[in-house]
Design a protein around this ligand. Structure first.
Ligand SMILES: O=C(O)CCC(=O)C(=O)O
Ligand SMILES: [Fe+2]
Length: 270
């Protein structure tokens, strides 16, 4: 697997490579594997045509304001962590994704055989064709516009041709009863990271995304999104009962490799 999670502090990772890496890399230039792993997340003309191949379905980019989310971890003139007030995925969309993840996992199993002391129980999004088709479109319509608004203070200036691009993603399953119940603090190998809750918060106790600099976990309900600079130290807070499903994705900035490394290193103490 590719470098996606890893850190000097934690050995938790989707990758064996990052175990030995001290300075985490976050750009396509430095992680050539991202050039391939991003491809399944790019919306193509083909995706946009209907079954008879004729109609191009219009893409409707949502607009967001600071009213749509709450922000924490101030840094310079912005914040490094945000959580949405409303759902980014509807309840029905969340249920559909969990259903597909469990259906595919029944056949191929949840991936638990990765390296590290705290291997994650997850399934790569590339294994979930329906979720992937939904996500490709949703990234363009909802997630990228939201991230652009949330991180506008940091991202290269408006007319710069930067492109946010998911380079890797997973459904992570926490289960208090077996398998994985937490993910130790780590940094992700990307510029921005987000996770979307896929089941209702009342279905588990504990949980949420842990942030060392807050000394607290940020909790969201089904369909809501937590987004943060990938380099801030964070983890999956332990659940003590039930199951918690999230969709996790790692976002890079296409064509801004040097900028990405600079940004990443500038917030490493956060
Ligand atoms: O469980 C969470 O909220 C965090 C997950 C995470 O950090 C990751 O999968 O890299
Ligand atoms: Fe992470």
């Amino acid at each position: 697997f590719l470098v996606s999670r890893g850190a000097t502090i934690s050995s938790s990772s989707h990758s064996s490579m990052s175990q030995t890496t001290t300075a985490l890399k976050v750009s396509e230039l430095h992680i050539p594997g991202y050039r391939e792993s991003k491809m399944p997340f790019i919306l193509t003309e083909e995706d946009m045509s209907s079954s008879d191949g004729s109609t191009i379905v219009a893409i409707q980019e949502q607009t967001y304001t600071s009213q749509d989310y709450e922000s924490q971890i101030p840094y310079e003139s912005g914040h490094l962590l945000h959580k949405t007030k409303n759902q980014v995925f509807s309840t029905q969309e969340c249920q559909y994704i969990v259903q597909e993840a469990e259906y595919i996992a029944d056949q191929m199993g949840w991936t638990t055989n990765r390296h590290g002391n705290y291997p994650t129980t997850d399934i790569p999004l590339v294994e979930l064709p329906n979720t992937l088709r939904f996500l490709k479109r949703t990234l363009v319509e909802r997630v990228y516009p939201l991230l652009r608004t949330q991180f506008q203070e940091f991202l290269p200036p408006g007319d710069a041709p930067f492109k946010l691009q998911v380079a890797d993603g997973f459904i992570v399953k926490y289960d208090a009863e077996g398998g994985q119940s937490e993910l130790k603090p780590h940094r992700d190998g990307s510029v921005l990271s987000f996770n979307i809750a896929l089941n209702p918060a009342h279905e588990f106790e504990g949980g949420g995304t842990w942030f060392n600099s807050l000394n607290d976990a940020v909790k969201i309900d089904e369909g809501q999104m937590v987004s943060h600079a990938s380099g801030v130290l964070h983890g999956g807070h332990a659940i003590t009962s039930g199951k918690r499903y999230i969709l996790v994705a790692f976002v890079i900035l296409e064509g801004y490799d040097a900028w990405s490394m600079r940004f990443y290193n500038s917030i490493r103490d956060k």
